[in-house]
Design a protein around this ligand. Structure first.
Ligand SMILES: [Zn+2]
Length: 349
């Protein structure tokens, strides 16, 4: 199956009332882990690469691997997404490479650290939307600022400094025409999300629900949504690691989000933990080993298990065969004719 538009994937998810995991990749083993989980659970899937991943793997290596994944798994709809594009140029280069979706994170300036003004965010996001939609490519925007830092991208902090204002989210969606919207509700990137089990005081699910009520047809995106399960954390420390105690986003909170308009859930940290734990275990228990396959194989298997579990928890499992992919060229026509404009964008009050 050729790569599919993320918009189509999310529209189908909205119809079916489920969420779709967006898993970050940097190398072949991670792509294989995701695809094998998708195949096993019959899930449509979003594979995403950050700027750091694109630099680490070199664009062409990574993109050809994704193409191989699509070719080897014709029954699985796959969208290839640029995670946290920092500028029009970054998004343009991803689109020209063949990505079917981009995130323009205009909540931060191009340095990926300094919060941008609302007007700056609208301007750069609208520019990306015009360029992307003309080519049938989906756009995710961000309003509010997430906490933490990942791959050198992020404003830092706890994630509570710049919670999304629902009125601003509505204005942003109206003025930019984004397909999907990442909102800040207190989640953070990286392994250290919360210093206690998150409850209503740290995770603003009421804000998410308020935004969904106003923007019922804009697909909401939860970033920094690894659950950081204790067992994955413990394996690392059991075999010589030194991770501090931490809490992630409980799966039940994500499921509450899915019932309220969340269609894309970004997961990276959990997979990193799973792979690193598996590698540490092999090297700790059998220090005489030196063939990378001896630890990459269990690492790939450990990541696959986490991904398959999330696919089941998010509800995307079993939905790979629900629909036929629409070509990117057809999607572009849909944007041009207005057939894909989101209506009603704002719910009547
Ligand atoms: Zn993110």
């Amino acid at each position: 199956m050729p790569l599919v538009s993320m918009r189509q994937l999310l529209d189908e998810a909205a119809k079916g009332g489920y969420g779709v995991g967006a898993f970050n990749v940097n190398d072949m083993e991670q792509i294989q882990a995701i695809m094998s989980a998708a195949k096993e659970t019959k899930s449509p899937v979003i594979v995403q690469a950050s700027r750091g991943a694109r630099a680490f793997a070199e664009d062409l290596y990574l993109f050809k691997l994704i193409q191989a994944a699509a070719e080897l798994n014709p029954e699985i709809p796959i969208a290839m997404h640029q995670d946290h594009g920092n500028s029009f140029e970054t998004c343009k280069s991803a689109i020209e490479l063949g990505y079917t979706s981009v995130m323009m994170d205009g909540s931060l300036k191009e340095d990926g650290k300094t919060p941008a003004s609302f007007e700056e965010n609208v301007a750069v996001t609208k520019k990306v939307v015009d360029f992307a939609h003309a080519r049938g490519v989906t756009v995710e925007g961000e309003i509010g600022v997430l906490g933490g830092v990942e791959d050198g991208h992020g404003a830092g902090g706890t994630g509570l400094e710049h919670i999304t204002d629902p009125d601003q989210a509505v204005e942003f969606a109206e003025r930019t025409g984004v397909d999907a919207l990442a909102i800040a509700i207190g989640t953070s990137h990286g392994a250290y999300k919360f210093t206690k089990k998150p409850d209503g005081s740290v995770l603003k699910m009421d804000v998410l629900i308020a935004i969904h009520k106003r923007l019922p047809n804009t697909h909401l995106v939860m970033h920094g949504s690894s659950s950081v399960p204790k067992d994955l954390h413990d394996v690392i420390n059991q075999y010589g690691g030194k991770l501090k105690e931490t809490w992630g986003v409980p799966v039940e909170e994500i499921q509450l989000g899915i019932r309220n308009g969340v269609r894309k859930i970004n997961v990276d940290t959990d997979n990193r933990l799973a792979m690193t734990g598996a590698i540490r275990k092999v090297l700790w228990e059998t220090p005489e080993k030196f063939d990378p396959r001896d630890y990459m194989k269990p690492a790939r298997e450990a990541m696959k298990k986490v991904v398959a579990l999330r696919m089941t928890q998010f509800g995307q499992a079993g939905h790979a065969g629900d629909y036929q992919p629409v070509s990117i060229a057809e999607i572009a026509k849909g944007y041009a004719s207005g057939a894909l404009s989101i209506k009603p964008l704002v719910a009547a009050r």
